[in-house]
Design a protein around this ligand. Sequence first.
Ligand code: SDX
Length: 428
Amino acid sequence: MTEKAILILGDRRHELPVLTGTEGERALDISKLREQTGLIAYDPSLGNTALCRSEITFTDGERGILRYRGIPIEQFADKPDFVEAAWLLIFGRLPRREELAKFSGLMTANELLHEGVRHQFQHVPPDAPPMALLSATLSNLACYHQEFFSLGDEESLEEAATRLISKVRTIAAFSHRRSLGMPFIYPDPKLRYCANFLHMMFSIPYRQYHISQEVEDALNLIFILHADHELNCSTSTVRIVGSAGANLFASCAAGVCALWGSLHGGANVEVMEMLERISRGGLSPEECIRAAKDKTNPFRLHGFGHRVYRRYDPRAKILKAACERVFAGMERKDPLLDIARKLEELALADPYFVDRNLYPNVDFYSGILLRAIGIPTNMFTVCFAIGRLPGWIAHWKEQHDDPNTKIQRPRQIYTGPNELTYVPMEKR
Ligand code: SDX
């Protein structure tokens, strides 16, 4: 029997169904609210509103839980394989050996960019923001893959997905090489996903970049931990754009633009700049904490706080441990890791942060690990996008496959002027 909520407006009572998710989350079904009551609901940052039902990812902000298709992310940490996690998110279960081999084979077969796309890199400024190049080039890919504008079956979705997930590495690496004025390094079909990306980023002609297993594992882990996170800003953007019938390439390009924001995917760059400023002596950790608490100061403690997690972001916990492991393996230290630990210690002992449930989020340690791998700061958000792409594709597919999907079209509460009359210029 469906649970009901009663809404009393004046002398009228309205019944609203209550929906319950598989993890017990409950929601008021207001999909007929305006039709039933003439009223709409108001939820400006959508923090209390579900845009959809989804089977892809589950987070519990109170308990610090994150699961991909039911599997806790902690269980990917031992043998991280980003391509396998991408298949899981997109197709809903762990792949069998032959399915993963086919998916990987399609990645390898589609790792090159059309030379027309490659040439576009010659005509942008050397300091072109990599996220601008990424969103533009994902859109541009659509020009070369018009056969994927309508995706009829899983086969064609898999084809389109592997073009995006494979080529996004090449696009990222080429934009990095362009910024340095270095020759482009083409993908090597003998290399696995993450090793190939690092090869394209750091090899030079006739001198292959050496990639250790721990670095390759660390990058697989970083991409997996960024792969999906329910209806975050960029994933909601991909769903909204996709709901209009826009193709997968255009929808993911829109997701890149949303992720670029400093409050979202751009936070990992802000974290590094904050840690580097402290490292240079421009600011002490204590001054940083004071600035973050000062309401007259727009400064926020980057990498802290989250719309959903009201405790430690489980991804941050895993990334912090990975930082310790990678540095131990490299037998080197990074002063920024010590500064990050000090900031975390100060914040978590400070009632301002604890009372507001502000804990390290995914961005607080990810930058330190990316820097240990040698990724430059201006490429951090691009790496976030490489990781998030399978999540965007999974959500786009889930919505595309749902026959009840309608174009997303929220309403507003109008607070502008009531009816006015046009005043001709001579009378103004
Ligand atoms: C990501 O949605 C997702 O899942 C995103 C993501 C994903 O995987 O897609 O997890 C990735 O975007 C992680 C978040 C990255 N952003 C940052 O690290 C930027 C710094 N963090 C904040 O800007 C903030 O915490 C947000 C944007 C992340 C969350 O904002 P909320 O939940 O809207 O918090 P809020 O603005 O309502 O703040 C509540 C209080 C306020 O103080 P009071 O008005 O109660 O006095 O906490 C304060 C805020 O001023 N606050 C902070 C703070 N974050 C919130 N104060 C200092 N430093 C901070 N970082």
